[in-house]
Design a protein around this ligand. Structure first.
Ligand code: NAD
Length: 253
């Protein structure tokens, strides 16, 4: 199956680590030029170096997705450096305080998780949709989670991931006529720094989720990247407004 993306430009947020890094590398391997966006400059530059050493094309932009000016600069960089924007993976996310039940959730924790995971994705989509609809269309994938359909986490995280599915569906309906497809991906438990941090705080908590998956192991970031790059490709040309699980079967049980 060819996913040839030569001549296209992709922005990937949270591309300095984990799922975002693997996906940025896959987009580049398929021929796309990639804008690597992250708050973590070291991580983002490492991703760019890896893509370059594999013969791909990438540029780093230090971006906090909750800051509208940063997001504007990220999208402008795609247009100014590579001539347009056709692909976007809005993926940056944080977990907040896993261990606080709703009655003990700190307001600042709620605000930050919603700002990054939900408002950040909305802000990115807004800018990307403006540019894509002035061009030849495109494809956007937003990172939700199995927590977008289950109570799998703390209340701000679960609320943010449910919200991502909602705004994905709205944008898909609004922009289908502009040839822009918008989907969400729902990872299960994936072996990244986010899960390393959770395991330090509550090793058994992570294991409970893994054991509920029919495929009872942690997923690999490249298994999410495979789905995201396929969803972004012409091979998925009839798929939009979808919440696409890549979660070892967790949501089927
Ligand atoms: P990760 O911690 O390895 O990577 C997240 C990246 O996002 C980091 O590079 C971080 O610097 C960046 N980031 C954080 N805040 C940012 C901001 N404000 N602006 C820009 N970048 C920011 O974690 P990951 O597992 O790769 O997570 C990626 C996405 O996948 C997140 O949205 C997460 O909620 C989601 N997810 C992860 C899992 C899992 O089990 N790992 C499961 C479901 C969903």
């Amino acid at each position: 199956m060819s996913l040839n993306m030569t001549g296209k430009t992709a922005v990937v947020t949270g591309a300095g680590s984990g799922i975002g890094r693997q996906t940025a590398q896959r987009f580049a391997a398929e021929g796309a030029s990639v804008v690597v966006a992250d708050v973590d400059e070291d991580g983002g530059r490492q991703t760019v170096d890896t893509i370059a050493s594999d013969g791909g094309e990438a540029t780093f932009v230090e971006t906090d997705v909750s800051e509208p000016d940063d997001v504007a600069e990220m999208v402008d960089t795609a247009v100014d450096t590579y001539g347009g924007l056709e692909l976007a993976f809005n993926n940056a996310g944080i977990e907040g305080d896993w261990l606080s039940p709703t009655g003990q959730t700190d307001r600042a924790d709620w605000d930050r998780v919603i700002d990054v995971n939900l408002t950040g994705i909305w802000e990115c989509m807004k800018r990307e949709l403006q540019v894509m609809s002035e061009g030849d269309g495109g494809a956007i994938v937003n990172t939700s989670s199995f927590a977008g359909q289950r109570a799998a986490g703390n209340s701000p995280y679960v609320a943010s991931k449910h919200g991502v599915i909602g705004i994905t569906r709205v944008a898909a309906r609004e922009y289908a006529d502009a040839d822009i497809r918008v989907n969400a991906v729902l990872p299960g438990v994936i072996d990244t720094s986010m899960i390393d941090r959770a395991e330090e705080e509550a090793p058994e908590g992570v294991n409970v989720f893994v054991q509920r998956q029919p495929i009872s192991r942690k997923g690999k970031p490249e298994e999410i990247a495979n789905a995201v790059v396929w969803l972004s490709s012409e091979e998925a040309s009839f798929i939009t407004g979808n919440a696409y699980p890549v979660e070892g079967g967790y949501l089927s049980t």
